[in-house]
Design a protein around this ligand. Structure first.
Ligand code: MG
Ligand code: MG
Length: 247
């Protein structure tokens, strides 16, 4: 069932989204060659707690860390570890923040230093695909139109679209109905004012095929090529949308 949020709930989610944005800023300031993904996790964890919130992902379905950090061929759900970041790494950081029982979900991808042009383009175009998807959002639009925008844009840039993982509703749970795929489907479900959804394209430089690592969390590209991931939690309004996890 798709829940519409009350004004009170939207205020709480705006706060959860704002702290999510600030947590990303903390990670961004500290991300560099030689830092371990565990150290970044700990910086985010402390910041979220200090802000009076909770990390949504810690313990979610048994997930063992506060945020997800997925490097290079890791698409999503990478578990922070002693792994140290290297020059040219493509690093996706996914953060969930919960405030008074309400969640927010947002992801960014960074390149450490610089990378080959095609990898820079992958990251830039994945970010752009998120905004293409968001651009159609308003009351009455079909959810599948979001995926169509993302898929068409990705295709025009010759990038793969991961299909096994999709965006989702957000609220009292980090994952709620509806699904928000990053590709076109024949689903006729419409967006309604008061819905809060996370849109999160995961694009790949090569094939869209993925597999799960032995840790039963980390999702990787089958061909070993890099992928990128961007995500915002947004409120659907009558005339458009409001990004809750932005500045
Ligand atoms: Mg996320
Ligand atoms: Mg999400």
């Amino acid at each position: 069932m798709i829940e519409l949020k009350s004004n009170r709930e939207i205020e709480l989610m705006k706060h959860a989204g704002h702290i999510n944005f600030l947590t990303h800023e903390e990670v961004r300031k500290n991300i560099r060659v030689g830092i371990s993904t565990k150290a970044l996790n700990d910086i985010a964890h402390k910041f979220i707690l200090k802000s009076g919130c909770e990390p949504s992902f810690l313990g979610f379905e048994g997930y063992p860390a506060s945020i997800c950090i997925s490097v290079n061929d890791e698409v999503v759900h990478g578990i922070p570890s002693k792994r140290k970041l290297k020059l040219g790494d493509v690093v996706s950081v996914d953060i969930g923040v919960c405030y008074k029982g309400y969640h927010s979900d947002s992801a960014n991808t960074y390149i450490i230093g610089n990378a080959p042009k095609e990898v820079e383009n992958l990251v830039q175009n994945t970010k752009e695909s998120l905004y293409k998807g968001l651009s159609v959002i308003k009351d009455g639009v079909k959810i599948s139109d979001i995926g169509r925008e993302i898929e068409n844009f990705a295709k025009s840039k010759k990038l793969g679209v991961v299909r096994e993982l999709v965006g989702h509703g957000v609220g009292r749970s980090i994952h709620e109905d509806p699904d928000v795929p990053n590709y076109y489907t024949k689903d006729n479900t419409k967006l309604k004012s008061g819905m809060v959804i996370a849109v999160e394209p995961m694009l790949t430089l090569g094939s869209r095929q993925i597999y799960m690592e032995e840790d039963e969390w980390t999702i990787k590209t089958e061909d070993g090529l890099p992928s990128a991931h961007f995500e915002h939690t947004v409120l659907v309004t009558k005339d458009g949308f409001v990004i809750l996890t932005g500045e």
